[in-house]
Design a binder for this molecule. Structure first.
Ligand code: DGL
Length: 274
């Protein structure tokens, strides 16, 4: 048993889809979630920049004595996960691998689409992970440049969002994929719309659910779960405006959204250079 909290971060509110799944599946655990809203979005940034942000945030959360760090952001995972694991003495898990496993288990025609940010697609990490599990797969990565930003702004249904989503899903339908990985933690928030656009024959892999499944497995295998009889607590940090984070976050978490504190970017930068 380990009573320490689990740390989790994303560039914004997308990782709340992961937290939501974890709060349901692991009600006994405490969580500290950091949304780097002051530096959102990560998608258009370089790998080097995302790595430095991820290292600052990971160091900040580890200083709060978390027992497990969850990179609840596909862009940060794609740019920085192995790099963080090499540098930090901690258990760190992220996206990409859990969804890739689920996609390989799901597909029947071995044609898999991946919807993700530009940074995630450019990193090639989904291609590596998917082909590492089934070298005969046909992988179709689709960058979706504006989707996460629209969702982060609280938009889940405007005509502009639907048009953008239509343009991202069309090439995947054209390619004949039967499985699509939602390779950005913001995207599960628009699952019904994406499913409608892709058609019901295509299976969607929800990154949030798959990451939460891996969190459960790691806690169990390492024997670091909290007391199963208790109800855990959770709190939030963000680097941008607290009110805006609470407003959008509460809608997306679908659970009480309290205990929110701002952490200054300067403070994170100081940790990162220590
Ligand atoms: N939620 C983040 C991800 O999973 C990305 C959004 C962004 O910062 O561009 O990739």
């Amino acid at each position: 048993m380990d009573p320490r909290p689990i740390g989790m971060f994303d560039s914004g509110v997308g990782g709340l889809t992961v937290l939501h799944e974890c709060l349901v599946a692991q009600p006994q655990e405490d969580f500290i979630y950091l949304g780097d809203t002051g530096r959102f979005p990560y998608g258009p940034r370089s790998i080097e920049e995302i790595r430095s942000f991820a290292l600052q945030i990971a160091s900040h959360l580890l200083a709060l004595d978390v027992k497990l760090l969850v990179v609840a952001c596909n862009s940060a995972t794609a740019a920085a996960l192995p790099w963080l694991q090499e540098r930090l003495d901690a258990a760190i898990i992220g996206a990409v691998h859990p969804e890739s496993e689920a996609a390989v288990q799901t597909t029947r025609n071995r044609r898999v689409g991946v919807m993700a940010t530009e940074a995630t697609v450019a990193s090639g990490s989904y291609q590596r992970a998917l082909l590492g599990l089934d070298a005969g797969l046909e992988v179709h990565p689709q960058p979706c440049p504006s989707l996460a930003s629209m969702i982060q702004a609280g938009d889940v249904s405007s005509p502009e969002l639907v048009e953008a989503a239509r343009s991202y899903t069309a090439p995947l339908k054209q390619a004949g994929v039967d499985t699509v990985v939602l390779g950005c933690t913001h995207y599960p928030l628009v699952t019904p719309m994406l499913q409608r656009l892709l058609g019901k024959g295509i299976k969607l892999i929800n990154s949030a659910r798959e990451i939460a499944r891996e969190v459960g497995e790691v806690l169990e295998r390492k024997g670091i779960e909290n007391d199963p009889g208790r109800e855990g607590e959770y709190s939030f940090l963000c680097t941008g405006d607290v009110d805006a984070f609470v407003e959008v976050g509460a809608r997306f978490l679908q659970m009480p959204f309290e205990r929110v504190r701002r952490v200054e970017i300067d403070e994170l930068e100081r940790i990162g250079t220590r």
